[in-house]
Design a protein around this ligand. Structure first.
Ligand code: ADP
Ligand code: GN1
Ligand code: MG
Length: 365
């Protein structure tokens, strides 16, 4: 699909002419572009995103969530003397005041963010300090939104981390086996089925009120945090599509799932994929330190479990997507979703072996 970027950018509140617009970043969900505007010799960068409207059915409500959250966090950042253009994701509104536009020609929804300058989003943990910074970032983000009224938020992807429903969906994909692929992934399917018991633990705690429901980010991977290119300190949390009510165990768990993997999420060579418990400790220290006293006993008791659960959920989703014909996660090669699910299952095996140690680490901070 090609887009008329010039026409699209002209509908937003930006000045000058479009100099270039190229694909950017490595997200799986939206189509992200770096748009450079030129005005009297000066260049200004923007992030242009085509919103995945197959997934996000109600773009208007999604964008309203993002508008509410970013306006709230910008205000808070100003109050504490920070730079809102850098420390928060900031929307550039359309000329008609809307938070996004609909492009008739491509039948696509587009939004523009200010480009967070001199900052990097890492795809993989190269230095423990980077991971620590992301932990502080997500902990701080939770604090920043602690007073935000979660009832204003529309549940963009209902049951996003409802692992009971995720399991049921997995079973549906397996039963349908549309592409006759189940035969190639028998071991992986067994792995999922054997761990069904994991699914209800946090869902039940939230439903019974034993664990508090909070505003959560729900996609707390390292590459959704921008770190300062020079100092390495965290700058901003990005990718706010999945902000919804949830459990902090989900946010913590998803960070661990992604960051404590010594290999890439889609690494085909599993000897490179190990759970790094030292990185687990680094993250636990940063996250719990930033959260301070707001964390409850039940939450703390389930943080380490949250890491296993989120890894299980993600692996199960990759496997289900493979069975469905690779329709959800963007793939660049055949079998990529199988590789992705295998890395998740390897990590789970590792975590199950050191689960007591993981709990002891959480208890320490
Ligand atoms: P997806 O939902 O597809 O993961 P993201 O919103 O996470 O999309 O964006 C993909 C990548 O684009 C990020 O990992 C980051 O590298 C870059 N990016 C996104 N927003 C900004 C921004 N405001 N400033 C600079 N880089 C950004
Ligand atoms: C997707 O868009 P991205 O790459 O940040 C997915 C997450 C998965 C992740 C796995 C809305 O996130 O839930 O954990 O891929 N986001 C959505 O890498 O489904
Ligand atoms: Mg992202």
């Amino acid at each position: 699909m090609t887009y008329d970027f010039e026409k699209i950018m002209a509908r937003f509140d930006v000045s000058g002419t479009l100099k270039s617009c190229e694909r950017y970043g490595e997200g799986h969900i939206n189509e992200t572009f770096l748009a450079v505007m030129e005005n009297g010799g000066a260049e200004k960068k923007y992030i242009l995103q085509k919103i995945n409207s197959n997934l996000f059915k109600d773009v208007d409500k999604l964008m309203n969530n993002i508008r509410l959250v970013t306006e709230f966090s910008r205000k808070k950042i100003v109050e504490r003397g920070g730079d809102p253009d850098r420390e928060s994701l900031s929307l550039v509104y359309a000329k008609d005041g809307a938070a996004y536009i609909y492009d008739e020609a491509s039948k696509g929804y587009f939004r523009v963010y200010k480009f967070i300058t001199d900052a990097v989003a890492y795809q993989i943990v190269e230095k423990p300090e980077d991971f620590y910074q992301s932990a502080v970032a997500f902990g701080d983000f939770a604090n920043l939104l602690a007073q935000f009224d979660a009832t204003q938020l529309y549940e963009v992807l209902p049951d996003f981390h409802n692992t009971v429903k995720r399991f049921e969906n997995f079973e549906k994909s397996l039963k349908a086996d549309k592409f006759n692929r189940a035969k190639d992934v028998q071991k992986e399917i067994e792995f999922v089925l054997q761990r069904k018991d994991y699914c209800s633990r946090i869902v039940d705690l939230l439903a019974s009120g034993k664990m508090p429901t909070k505003v959560t980010h729900n996609d707390t991977k390292l590459n959704n945090v921008m770190l300062d290119a020079k100092t390495g300190k965290y700058v901003a949390v990005i990718d706010l599509d999945t902000i919804m009510p949830g459990s902090i165990c989900y946010d913590f768990g998803d960070s661990i799932r992604f960051g404590c993997n010594t290999g890439a999420e889609d690494e085909p060579d599993l000897t490179k994929v190990n759970f790094d418990i030292n990185l687990f400790e680094v993250y636990a220290k940063g996250y719990l330190g930033a959260l301070g006293k707001s964390v409850t006993k039940t939450e703390k008791e389930n943080l380490a479990f949250g890491a296993i659960l989120m890894t299980y959920e993600c692996g199960m989703r990759f496997l289900a997507d493979y069975l469905d014909g690779d329709v959800y996660f963007r793939t660049h090669r055949a079998g990529q979703n199988v590789d992705r699910c295998r890395t998740q299952f390897k990590l789970i095996e590792d975590m199950e072996k050191v689960f007591d140690k993981m709990n002891a680490i959480v208890a320490k901070y």
